[in-house]
Design a protein around this ligand. Structure first.
Ligand code: TYM
Length: 333
């Protein structure tokens, strides 16, 4: 069975629609016929300054939400990154393999560091993609289901793996990004040319899965639309309507063509009402299930402990092979 690995940061109170359609939905599908490892990457979240109590809460909400969205701990290995110290250990090895220039070219780093300025940018943000490479390589993953914004990080991971293998002998599987074309980039409802993002300046265009139906209906009804009044898919001239069509289609299972026909002759208002209905009915049960899971924290932590034990068994083996290949002397047992 092919291996899959992916991760998500606990940097917000809720995942948004982009996280779900771009990544998590594929995680759920892939667990059915792959050996799948999924982690809440709390160490990556340290690159964003957060109150400790809040980070703790967000990490548990993230894990509960993943289960509520369909991950089944009996079908996949679900764990918290910091429970598996091998991530940091392999991360260091890759830091000694990655070039400074190569890491400097990562567009996410460039964007984020430009926004906050050099003095307020932590070194961890610079090495973030290298830790991500370690997350993936530790599990010898074949596939990494992510959104389009992660493509460059997966390319870096591949480069580092190939470099290691050619210098020190075949140690790592070289992974491939698994990016679904139709949902690779869900855009902000207020600025439909920018991706929906947890770090958006305003939350008005971000659909949070755990928000109440009322809030989400309001956000969808006030989504920015385009000139004209036809509901047709045209990313260049109608980015707002095209984004809403993508969302409706992904959640309802109707094709874009079917939706265009259904809403022919009807206005944007009717269409937005339908999108709001599809989104809220899809996520209301998820919100409910997340609350139920969070109500029994012990049971949730027990599930995660099983996951981290399974993860450590694989990660420990890869790390031992890596240290051995590098010539690090193992401790005497
Ligand atoms: P994070 O938490 O920022 O995002 C989680 C996933 O959501 C996808 N995504 C989107 N997809 C479509 N449209 C959007 N608007 C949108 N916004 C976010 C992201 O592509 C991602 O797949 N660096 C990773 C976390 C990570 C990771 C890993 C991923 C750490 N280690 C190892 C894979 C493998 C990230 O961006 O998380």
């Amino acid at each position: 069975m092919k291996r899959v690995l992916s991760g998500i940061q606990p940097t917000a109170e809720s995942f948004h629609l982009g996280n779900y359609l771009g990544a998590v939905r594929q995680w759920v599908e892939l667990q059915e016929n792959h050996d799948a490892f999924y982690c809440v990457v709390d160490l990556h979240a340290l690159t964003v300054e957060t109150e400790p109590a809040l980070l703790r809460k967000r990490t548990l909400v993230a894990a509960a939400q993943l289960i509520a969205l369909g991950l089944d701990p009996n079908k996949c290995t679900l764990f918290i990154q910091s429970h598996v110290p091998e991530h940091n250990q392999l991360g260091w090895v890759f830091e000694c393999l990655a070039g400074f220039g190569e890491a400097s070219r990562m567009t996410q780093f460039k964007d984020k560091s430009q926004k906050s300025g050099a003095d307020r940018t932590v070194v961890g943000l610079f090495t973030y993609p290298i830790l991500q490479a370690a997350d993936i390589m530790l599990y010898q993953a074949n596939l990494v289901p992510v959104g389009e914004d992660q493509r460059q990080h997966i390319e870096l991971t591949r480069d580092l793996g190939q470099r290691f293998n050619s210098r020190f002998g075949n140690t790592f599987v070289i992974p491939e990004a698994y990016i679904l074309k139709s949902a690779a980039k869900i855009n902000d409802l207020q600025d439909p040319t920018a991706k929906m993002s947890k770090s958006a300046a305003s939350n008005a265009g971000v659909i949070d899965i755990l928000d109440s139906s009322d809030v989400n209906v309001k956000k969808i009804k006030s989504a920015v639309t385009d000139a004209g009044k036809e509901v047709v898919f045209d990313e260049k001239n109608k980015p707002g309507i095209s984004n809403l069509l993508t969302i409706h289609s992904a959640l309802s299972g109707k094709t874009i063509k079917e939706l265009e026909n259904e809403f022919a002759g009807k206005g944007y208002g009717d269409f937005k009402g339908a999108v709001a209905e599809v989104v809220t009915s899809y996520f209301a049960p998820v919100r409910q299930k997340t609350q139920e899971l969070l109500a029994d924290e012990k049971a949730l932590l027990d599930l995660l402990a099983v996951g981290s034990e399974k993860a450590r068994a694989v990660a420990g083996q890869t790390l031992a092979n890596t240290y051995n290949a590098l010539g690090l002397v193992p401790p005497r047992r």
